[in-house]
Write a protein that binds this ligand. Structure first.
Ligand code: ADP
Length: 421
């Protein structure tokens, strides 16, 4: 080689070295070079600044000097593995890396490694970036995200709460609407009932009042002693007509009280057997000519019952049996009182209830087609059903036109739960 070539070569080399030196000195990343034994052999000014060391302090020390102690053990393993087969790569994939300053404080870093060879041997250069600011930024973003999530959750909760409040308000409105409709319906029913009452009262009262009037004027005419029998007959007629009118008025009163919820079931221990016998004796007087009334009783004599309600029920069923049967027919009252259940049957051999009317006979004011001239308001069975329900029982019937009807009542015989004083 000529001298000039050597000179040029030397000049080029010098320029390269100067450039490399400038790169090394002015790099914004920390550069730390280690040998195959992980001893630090070189570090740039930025690295010294990052770690807070002077050159001399680090040269010849293990690279672990720059890593927090708690990671040192693992790091020795990783770096030995790396130094076996070094290649250029980032460090700590998917891991947060920390570096240790001279004063022991830590800071987050990003590190990439590159192996190289010189005539002096194999080395690894690490490029270290302090990512404290980036991490702060990240945690600010995470915090902001958390805040957003919290706000979202609060918002959702508020929306949910408002939705629930709205649903409750709608429900309240619906309920009050229903209440208004119910009140209106009730009022309409009441008005209907009143006008039906007026119709029925004027119709049902006219005949008995005419009977009373004619009987009274006839009594006035029977002034002789021998007319006593005729007088008594008319007195009797007046009495039974007045009692009919009283029954009708009582039915209207009962309906009114039921409507207002003023009727309650108050069971007392009653001798049911005696009760039935007495009732039959009382009703027997209403029988038409030749009609016979039988009572049979089976089971325990005593029962827990509301006597007033039961009296009304049986009185209604038995007087219907009389009313809707021809003279000379038989009427039976059968009672069974076993194991907490009272079964009552009221059977007649009367006109029966037409099939097409059977679905309505418990309706208020309903009267069957074949009721004809028999006095009545169509309230009795409605009251019966209401009273039986109040007593916790049931009522049903079987009827065939021309053959007769049987009403079946079932009532519980239970001692009411004792009242605490
Ligand atoms: P009413 O005052 O008309 O007797 P009820 O409510 O007691 O009213 O009875 C309703 C209707 O049921 C009666 O009008 C009658 O048509 C029919 N009914 C009730 N009981 C009998 C019965 N034992 N036999 C035939 N029909 C009956």
């Amino acid at each position: 080689m000529f001298d000039t070539d050597i000179l040029i070569h030397t000049q080029v080399m010098t320029r390269h070295i100067e450039m490399l030196d400038a790169l090394f000195k002015h790099a914004t990343e920390g550069i730390v070079v280690v040998d195959k034994q992980a001893n630090i052999v070189m570090l740039n000014p930025k690295a010294k600044e990052l770690f807070g060391y002077t050159d001399r302090e680090l040269i010849g020390r293990k690279v672990e000097t720059l890593i927090p102690q708690r990671f040192n053990k693992n790091h020795v393993g990783y770096r030995d593995e790396y130094l076996e087969a070094p290649r250029a790569r980032g460090m700590g994939h998917m891991m947060d890396l920390f570096a240790r300053r001279k004063d022991g404080s830590e800071f987050p870093v990003e590190v990439s490694l590159s192996p190289f060879k010189t005539s002096d041997g194999e080395f690894v250069v690490s490029f270290v970036i302090d990512i404290t600011e980036r991490k702060k930024q990240e945690s600010r973003i995470i915090e902001a995200n958390l805040e957003i999530q919290k706000l979202n959750a609060e918002l959702e909760e508020r929306v949910q709460q408002r939705t629930e409040e709205l649903a409750a308000a709608i429900k309240r409105i619906e309920q009050s609407q229903e209440e208004v409709v119910r009140a209106l319906t009730k009022e309409r029913e009441l008005n209907n009932m009143k006008s039906q009452f007026v119709t029925i009262a004027s119709h049902e009262f006219r005949t008995p009042l005419a009977t009373i009037l004619s009987s009274a004027s006839l009594i006035g005419r029977y002034s002789h002693t021998e007319d006593e029998e005729k007088r008594q007959k008319h007195v009797q007629r007046i009495k039974s007509t007045v009692s009919n009118l009283t029954e009708i008025l009582n039915d209207f009163l009962s309906i009114g009280k039921l409507e207002e919820g003023r009727i309650h079931c108050i069971p007392v221990l009653t001798n049911l057997n005696e009760f039935c016998k007495n009732l039959i004796e009382e009703i027997r007087g209403l029988c038409k000519e030749g009609q016979e009334m039988f009572v049979s009783y089976d089971g325990e004599a005593n029962a827990w019952l509301d006597k007033q309600l039961l009296r009304n029920v049986l009185f209604n069923l038995l007087s219907n049996a009389i009313k809707y049967s021809e003279p000379g027919k038989t009427i039976s009252l059968r009672v069974k009182n076993w194991s907490g259940l009272i079964r009552i049957e009221v059977q007649d051999q009367g006109i029966g209830i037409p099939e097409q009317d059977q679905g309505h006979i418990f309706d208020r004011f309903f009267r069957a087609n074949n009721a004809g001239n028999a006095q009545g308001t169509g309230l009795g069975l409605n009251i019966v059903q209401n009273y039986i329900e109040l007593m916790g029982g049931t009522v049903r019937f079987h009827s065939e036109v021309g053959l007769g009807s049987t009403f079946f009542v079932e009532l519980p015989n239970r001692e009411p739960a004792s009242v605490k004083l």
